[in-house]
Design a protein around this ligand. Structure first.
Ligand SMILES: [Zn+2]
Length: 269
């Protein structure tokens, strides 16, 4: 499904819906309206029909650059094949993913393509190699899985890092964006409030984990049973990985102790 989200941004929805990907992955075709070329962000899963839909959304314009927010399969599985198909370089923060000659996203400066500037904003947390892209012309940010269009994103131990994630949310907030183009779900029009809500949600969860430990819970499964009591049990394994990400942060901060990574106790004050 192809839908214009702004004069510069077209969303092409990939056919990979799931509890984690919501309606599916959002692939974005981005360009200044007068430009003869486009940038494609997150080509998505390896799916021929989707790749064809993205090419159609380019409307005959050359693809100048393909960008990845991160390398999880739902964003990146089809990226290399898509870049080859359209003859464009692929740029990503993740080592080993960028094509020769692609812009270096870690260099700090904006990437200029398709008549506009996109500034890479490294945002580790959901994944170590996660990168948002700021579109200054719209005070907008492409947020990948850092912030979603609905609900909250997954920060799972061990691939995700909760401490990094919170720092990256504050980094996004500092940009004072007006809208977010997320990797899943609808456009976010109340960008600052949404990011503040994400920060409050994580701080609330952390407080719940500490309360559960204070109440005598010792294992991640015990903490999940208490904190996620009202959540569908089929989601408890994923919740446990999120609780473990919180615990890893608290252990690093010296607020929680563990001998074996399976049983946790509050640190003595
Ligand atoms: Zn995703």
């Amino acid at each position: 499904m192809t839908e214009p989200w702004s004069p510069r941004v077209t969303r092409v929805l990939a056919p990979n819906p799931s509890p984690l990907t919501l309606e599916g992955t959002n692939t974005f075709v981005v360009a200044e309206p007068s430009a003869p070329a486009v940038v494609v962000i997150d080509p998505g899963p390896a799916d021929d029909g989707h790749a064809q839909a993205v090419v159609s959304a380019c409307a005959g314009r050359e693809v100048e650059l393909v960008l990845l927010t991160h390398t999880h399969v739902d964003h990146a599985e089809g990226a290399r094949a898509f870049a080859d198909r359209v003859g464009a370089p692929l740029a990503a923060l993740a080592p080993g993913w960028a094509s020769p000659g692609a812009p270096d996203l870690a260099a700090g400066g904006p990437v200029t393509a398709a008549g506009l500037e996109l500034r890479p904003v490294p945002t580790p947390g959901h994944a170590a190699d996660h990168c948002c892209f700021e579109l200054a012309a719209e005070r907008a940010v492409f947020t990948g899985d850092h912030v979603l269009g609905r609900g909250t994103t997954v920060v799972e131990w061990p691939g995700g890092d909760m401490a990094d994630y919170l720092v990256s949310l504050r980094r996004l907030l500092e940009l004072r964006p007006e809208r977010l183009y997320p990797g899943h779900g609808p456009l976010v029009a109340d960008a600052v409030a949404r990011v503040e809500g994400y920060l409050a949600h994580r701080h609330g969860r952390e407080a719940q984990v500490l309360d559960a430990l204070a109440a005598g819970d010792r294992t991640p499964a015990e903490i999940v049973a208490r904190v996620y009591a009202e959540v569908d049990p089929s989601l408890h394994p994923a919740a446990e990985l999120s609780v473990r990400a919180h615990l890893a942060k608290l252990v690093r901060e010296g607020r929680v102790a563990t001998d074996d990574g399976e049983r946790f106790v509050p640190s003595a004050p």
